[in-house]
Design a protein around this ligand. Sequence first.
Ligand code: CA
Length: 231
Amino acid sequence: MRLLIVEDEQKLALSIKKALEAERYAVDVAFDGEEGYEKATVESYDVLILDVGLPKINGFELTEKLRQEEVKTPIIFLTARDLSRDKVKGLDIGGDDYLVKPFDFEELLARLRALLRRGSPSQAQPVLQLDTLVLDPATQRVTRTGKILNLTPKEYALVELFLRHPHQVLTKTQLIEHVWDSQIDPLSGVADVYIGYVRAKIDKAFPGQKQLLKTLKGRGYTLTDELEKKP
Ligand code: CA
């Protein structure tokens, strides 16, 4: 799941980012409304977390602009204002939820989960499976032949991405965009390193099973249980 935080208090923004990444979200940050607008219209996110008091374009204006452009991503406002007319306004113009600063991080997590649950039917979180590899988004548990795999947050995010796009070729850039954030250079070796970790845990640890994660030289990676087509 990929999130965007738009918050001008940089320390706060980065600490939320760090905490959410520990919960297996991929997180981008923008420090003003304009940058937030650009990111939210160009990239695709599962939830936007918007501060209301932002430089250049405030959080309410930003929401109105995004909704006018048919960006329907769920929005949570973060704000120091707890006036009820502000809350009502935020929800009226197309926001989905509201947290008053200082907020409890656990509450933010609970609200994120609730928003993701009531999102589109595709986010209803069915169990993902390919061959004997199974991922349950509700429990965040990954198993192979019924054995629980011990994955780090990034490894989990990679497996989830592949299982959501089985048999498709995913480029290194796509992996970086969905699992890391836009700060990481796609040319850096980070994706290859993590592919190695994931392959060791899902395939090499199960030598009697089909080896699912394949490298397609010069193109990317694919998770598939189909035999390679001979050229
Ligand atoms: Ca602010």
